[in-house]
Write a protein that binds this ligand. Sequence first.
Ligand code: P6P
Length: 335
Amino acid sequence: MAINRKVQTLDEFTIQQLRNFPNATGELSGLLRDIGLAAKRVNVEVNKAGLVDILGDAGTINVQGEAVKKLDVYANDQFAGVLQHGISCAGIASEELDEILVFDDEISNNSKYVCLFDPLDGSSNIDVNVAIGTIFSVLPRVTPKGTPVTAADFLQKGIKQIAAGYVIYGSSTILVYATRRGVNGFTLDPSIGEFTLSHPDIQCPPTGKIYSVNHGNYFQYQQAVQQYISACQQKNEATGGPYTQRYIGSMVSDIHRNLIKGGIFMYPSITNRPEGKLRLLYECNPFAFIVEIAGGKATDGNRRILEIQPKAIHEHTPFFVGSKNMMEELEGYLK
Ligand code: P6P
């Protein structure tokens, strides 16, 4: 019987990538496999979240007599757990943790990487069945191998990322990750419980007709942003305007759609949040890395996101990301 070798699982893909770099240690492949495993566990819980009321809401005791955790805490524990018990990560930063989590055991202290997560972004959308996701970033540690990692290992510019990715728990569950070699997407095949390559070598179309922004904040945006939004709504032979507005309030879904179809996503600074809402280290840096590798651009309105020197783990930044030509059109207004 012919073996179906067309379908390539995430593990097979990362191992094949490893074969292309014989002197690689395999730690990154191992780390991505660990993330894929945690994502499958989170996927199970997210998919039954709508049933939580039947199974007991967060803070109650479920039928197994276990305390039901908030899903974002559960997700954080899954990713922290697989990485702490793996061999490829020395510590993590997480939207769910005030401070970095240093694994500080002999194996972990000799690992090459640290990971940064938003374990379950947009979790407030769960009870209305809007897709939510996990966002992750992988940095090389900069402090001496063999010692516990410190904040310095996490407070690095996004340009230093080795890999970055996201998982969308939606109509299907997809894991997309980027290294400098490209961006690839893997869809979870429930029949075998494996992520399988479904979106090889993702390229962000240089232009598109989708703009994503929260119009409710319009009168809090700086004038240049308001002018660009107005331009998106007007007929324009050169740019193909008017564009379509699409915004579901879950950045993993909004940016994934724009990455595939072409488009621009904006979370500008607003009057009462001049530093913006989104987090630099584990929301904007990963997406900036992914979209740039796919051919797009990402800025804070002035600077390339990946060149920003972080000062704090949970710092915010205004965020503009998407198709190259649409970003350059926006930059024309911001200058
Ligand atoms: P707003 C979800 O809470 C999130 O962090 C992102 O996923 C999303 O893009 C943004 O906030 C939505 O924020 O203020 O438009 O509701």
